[in-house]
Design a protein around this ligand. Sequence first.
Ligand SMILES: [Zn+2]
Length: 115
Amino acid sequence: MAAKNSDAFARINFLMQASALALSKFPQSKELSRFYTTHATQIAQKKVLRLHKSMKRSICKKCSTLLRPGVTARVRTAPRREKHVIVTCLYCGNMKRFHCSTVNKWNNTDTFVSS
Ligand SMILES: [Zn+2]
């Protein structure tokens, strides 16, 4: 017997990989990549599924752009307050902040989206 929602997880995984591939093949045209990412998040919302942390952290919450450092995102470290990493979406300017204790999880984003 297949696990519950395995089809949805497989579909989400496929869409995220397709999004990364579209972004690497056509870096000027980000609309296709954004479409795949939006569709993956919509499936997760409709099925009430949690995206893996690495997936969730690689998607802009505001515009659903796949955040790839140097292509669609800027990554900076900030020593003020607590040490943290700031990931800025280059399309809409939305920022994500991660404390340094969670930075290692950010580095694992390439495990599922190979470029
Ligand atoms: Zn954005």
